[in-house]
Design a protein around this ligand. Sequence first.
Ligand code: 16C
Length: 258
Amino acid sequence: ERLKSGPVIPITPPPIAPGSQHRLWPEIEKTVKQQVEMAKLGVGECGTGWQLFAEDGEMRMYRREEEVDGMVVDPLKAVHVVKGITGHEVCHYFFNPQYRYDWETTLEQMTVLETISEDSLLFLQTHKRIWPASQRDVVFWSHMRKLPDDQDQDGPDIWTVVNNSTEDSEHPANAGKCVRIYLTVCLMCQTRVDPPKDGAPISRDNVSCKITYCSVVNPGGWAPASVLRAVYKREYPKFLKRFTAYVKNQTKNKPLMF
Ligand code: 16C
């Protein structure tokens, strides 16, 4: 029984301020728009230099070889089509921190530093060390959003998650054993629905998701180019296959989420 003189502890948490009032909001708005426009461009339209480096079923992965100050920063663009899941579902499992340890195999530790808004979080992550380089960490905001499809007004919405590096005064770069990496990642998902001819309700057999995943990672400090390229050639296909299989498995007995 509560002491009569004790404090009254509110059971409802304080409301989260709307994202639009946050210091990061202008950058989030600008970056999300830019990244989605870039993601919509096919590999043929984004300029030359995209090389296919991995292919498996419907999945294709392209990279452009780029270096900044001798460091490999190769941009990546991957496309995949996965049956039985929606764009909202893919983004839900990519964005929400409670699932991340299930699918993110390079992760060592993840901390949510701040809830910016319901659909925007600030993360600190440390990743597994790749010998002989130093271990890496990263601070980034992550934002999930639904966008109307301007190509098809009646079609399902596009869902996206954009992750972008930022600073956090309480977690300065390169202060401990980790070297800070800098990333910009855009996951963009378009749902396709092929309704049953007989007017039956739409089931998982009638939907598929076109996924576009674009990423640029600056390793932030020395790492041998050959090791780095070998690591991402192995890790990106592993990530996209494992993550999409995870979403299929998580959703198979759940109602569709559009
Ligand atoms: O987008 C993905 N994940 C999101 C949620 O975690 C988020 C984070 C991305 C971090 C990507 C960088 C991780 C690099 C860590 C080092 C790799 C360790 C490998 C350990 C092997 C034992 O956006 C999915 C991300 C999929 C990650 C693919 C790996 C990309 C490697 C890029 C090169 C990094 C430079 C490392 C320098 C030593």
